[in-house]
Write a protein that binds this ligand. Structure first.
Ligand code: PRP
Length: 182
């Protein structure tokens, strides 16, 4: 029987490497936020695995909240407009916010979310992503915490999907082109 693994060309980051990357980011956050409390905003759905692993390595109090956003015209010419599909549950006024993403590609989602969050008057906002794909960047966005700089390949696993699948792979793999070109 065909398994998910058969669609993977190669493994880019193993579970062990991801664990180390998560620990490295958490150590930076623990240092920067010592004595503070964090309002961690996970961007659904891709970030949830990274989010769940990251918060368990953070040693200051963390409040959980989530947003879902989708950019219009994704995959074709991007208009830059982003639609909020699910908003935060609570006010972030006066809070130290960290936005947590799985990947930054064009940068459109994160730059929109950053502006949107800033308009709600938090005490501070920082951006954290597991993966950064600078080759695909369309708008400049300053990312505060990055796990790995990745090549311009179709990545799946550890939260990242193709056609809603592969999110539950425990590693990050490069998808075989034949899977998404047919
Ligand atoms: C992905 C990712 C970011 C966004 C990055 O989400 O999680 O939110 O795309 O792309 P950008 O930098 O070009 O804006 P996606 O819309 O695929 O939704 P998902 O998280 O539910 O998979």
């Amino acid at each position: 029987m065909k398994t998910m693994k058969d669609d993977i060309q190669s493994v880019l980051y193993t579970e062990e490497q991801l664990r180390e990357g998560v620990k490295r980011i958490a150590a930076e956050i623990n240092r920067d936020y010592a004595g503070k409390e964090i309002y961690a905003i996970g961007i659904l759905k891709g970030a949830i695995i990274f989010y769940a692993d990251l918060v368990r390595e953070i040693n200051v109090p963390v409040s959980f909240d989530f947003m879902a956003a989708s950019s219009y015209g994704k995959g074709s010419t991007s208009s830059g407009a982003v639609k909020i599909l699910k908003d935060l549950d609570f006010s972030i006024e006066g809070k130290h916010v960290i936005i947590i993403e799985d990947i930054v590609d064009s940068g459109l989602t994160l730059s929109y979310l950053l502006k949107n969050m800033e308009s709600r008057h938090p005490a501070s906002v920082k951006l954290c992503t597991l993966l950064n794909k600078p080759e695909r960047r369309e708008v400049d966005v300053k990312i505060d915490y990055v796990g790995f700089e990745v090549p311009n390949e179709f990545l799946v696993g550890y939260g990242l999907d193709y056609d809603s699948k592969y999110r539950n792979l425990p590693y990050i793999g490069i998808l075989k082109p034949e899977v998404y070109t047919k």
